[in-house]
Design a protein around this ligand. Structure first.
Ligand code: C5P
Length: 408
C-alpha cells in the first residue's frame, strides 16, 4: 500500500530474460528489441544457435546486452560448465525471437541437441516464442500442429504478423516488430492487478478550431495518457483510449478513438463510458473554444480583432457526477501551489484520486514526479520515466478500486 505523506522508494525487482535467437532474417530486429527491453529495466542474456550467428553478429548482441553471448552447450566461461541449467535457474522468462519453424518443431517434441533447445527443455520459467518464417512454412499443417502442442504445454506464442517477407512473398509469418515484442514482454512481467476491468483513458491535448487553419491547443504530448493506457493493459485491463491529436504510436491491443476537439472528446467519452469500471482523465482538455468558427482562413486587416471564447464541457466532472459513476481519476498540471490547487480540484470534482504534477516539469518530457491525492492524504512518487510512473499509478488505482467495491 502507498502510505500517507511519504516519499515512495519503489524499487522494481530486476527481471532477467534469456533471449534466444534462431536462424532467420528477422534476427536483425532483435538488436532493436534488446535496446527496448534494456531501456525498460530488463537484464538480457542472449543465447544464439549456430544458424542465428549467420544472420546477426555475436559482437552486436554482446555490445547491446553488455554480456557475453552464449552459443555452445559446454561453454568454458560458465562456472559449473552447465549453461543450460544455470541460465534457466537465473531467468524469469525465456523469449525465442526469431523462432524458426525448425526450432518450434524441436521445442514441441522436446529435442535438446544444442544449448538453446537444451536450456528450453531444462527451464523452470515461462517460455515465449515469436515465430518468424516464410508464409508456406507457417501455413504448413506440421508447423500449426507443433504450435498447438506448444500452446497446450503453456508456451506463449507472440504473433506472427502478416506482410512482405524476405523471400518476396506476402503473408503470415513475419516476426512482430521490436516495439511490439518489447511491449508484450514488459506486459508479461507485470502483475495483473486489473484483470477483467474495463478502463477508459483520455490523453493528449484538444484542438479548438478558430478558422480553417488556426486553432487553440496546448503543449500536452499525450505521453502520460498513453503510458497510463499501456500500463493498464499490462495490468490486464480492457482499455479504450480516447486520444486528442498526438504523434504517438497506439499501444498494442488498446482500442484508440481519435478526436480533435473537446466536444469530440466529450462525445466519444459519453459513447464509450457505458461499460467502464474506471475512467482516467489524463487529457489536457482545452477549457475554452472559439464561440464562432470560420470555414475560411480569416484575412489579415491590420486592425485589432477580438476572439470570443465559450467554455468547454468538463468531461471529468460530467463522469464523476453520473448517477453510477465509474471510479474516476483526474490529472492536474499546475504551475504553482501544486498541493493546494490539486486537492481543491479533487474535492470540487468529487474524485477519489487525483494525480498532480508541475506543468513546467512534466509537459512533453519523458519523465515526471507525481503527487497522488486521495482520501487518505498525499503520496509522493519521485521523478521516474512516465512508463514507470504510470505503473505505480495503476497499482494505486487497483488498490483503491478494490477497496471502493461493496463487500461481496
Ligand atoms: O480543472 P482542470 O482542467 O485543471 O482539471 C484537470 C482534470 O480535469 C484533468 O483530469 C482533465 O482531463 C479534466 N478535464 C476535463 N474536461 C475539461 C477540463 C479538464 O475532463 N474541460
Amino acid at each position: 500500500m502507498i502510505s500517507r505523506d511519504r516519499t515512495e522508494t519503489f524499487l522494481p525487482q530486476p527481471r532477467c530474460l534469456v533471449l534466444g535467437l534462431t536462424g532467420g532474417v528477422a534476427a536483425y530486429k532483435t538488436a532493436e528489441l534488446v535496446r527496448l527491453l534494456m531501456q525498460d529495466g530488463l537484464e538480457v542474456q542472449a543465447v544464439m544457435t549456430s544458424a542465428a550467428c549467420r544472420f546477426v553478429g555475436v559482437a552486436t548482441l554482446q555490445a547491446l546486452t553488455g554480456k557475453p553471448v552464449l552459443t555452445e552447450l559446454w561453454d568454458p566461461g560458465v562456472p559449473t560448465g552447465m549453461a543450460h541449467i544455470d541460465l534457466s535457474r537465473n531467468a524469469n522468462a525465456i523469449l525465442i525471437a526469431p523462432a524458426s519453424a525448425d526450432f518450434i518443431a524441436k521445442l514441441a517434441h522436446g529435442v535438446a541437441d544444442d544449448l538453446l533447445s537444451t536450456l528450453c527443455l531444462a527451464r523452470d520459467c515461462p517460455l515465449l516464442v515469436a515465430p518468424a518464417m516464410n508464409r508456406q512454412m507457417w501455413e504448413n499443417a506440421a508447423t500449426q500442429r507443433n504450435l498447438d502442442m506448444l500452446r497446450s504445454d503453456g508456451v506463449t506464442v507472440l504473433g506472427p504478423g502478416s506482410g512482405a517477407q524476405a523471400c518476396g512473398e506476402t503473408g503470415m509469418g513475419r516476426m512482430l516488430e521490436a516495439h511490439e515484442l518489447a511491449e508484450m514482454v514488459s506486459s508479461f512481467f507485470q502483475p495483473k492487478v486489473l484483470r477483467g476491468k474495463r478502463m477508459l483513458v483520455t490523453a493528449g491535448p484538444t484542438y479548438e478550431a478558430i478558422d480553417a487553419v488556426r486553432g487553440i491547443t496546448n503543449l500536452s504530448s499525450g505521453k502520460m495518457g498513453y503510458a497510463v493506457a499501456r500500463a493498464a493493459r499490462e495490468a490486464g485491463a480492457d482499455v479504450i483510449l480516447v486520444s486528442g491529436p498526438v504523434c504517438l504510436p497506439a499501444p498494442a491491443t488498446v482500442r484508440v478513438v481519435r478526436v480533435i476537439s473537446a466536444e469530440d472528446m466529450f462525445a466519444a467519452v459519453q459513447k464509450e463510458m457505458g461499460h467502464a469500471d474506471i475512467f482516467v482523465s489524463v487529457a489536457a482538455v482545452a477549457d475554452y473554444r472559439a464561440k464562432s468558427t470560420s470555414k475560411q482562413k480569416t484575412k489579415k486587416t491590420g486592425h485589432e480583432i477580438t476572439l470570443e471564447l465559450a467554455p468547454n464541457p468538463d468531461i471529468l466532472e460530467y463522469a464523476a457526477g453520473l448517477p453510477l459513476p465509474p471510479f474516476c481519476v483526474g490529472f492536474a498540471a499546475e504551475t504553482e501551489d501544486l498541493e493546494e490547487n490539486a486537492e481543491a480540484k479533487r474535492r470540487k470534482k468529487k474524485l477519489p484520486l487525483l494525480a498532480a504534477n508541475l506543468a513546467q516539469d512534466a509537459i512533453g518530457s519523458d519523465e515526471c514526479a507525481l503527487t497522488l491525492f486521495d482520501e487518505a492524504g498525499r503520496h509522493h512518487l519521485p521523478k521516474a520515466p512516465k512508463s514507470e510512473q504510470a505503473r505505480r499509478l495503476i497499482d494505486h488505482i487497483a488498490l483503491l478500486y478494490d477497496r471502493s467495491l461493496p463487500p461481496p
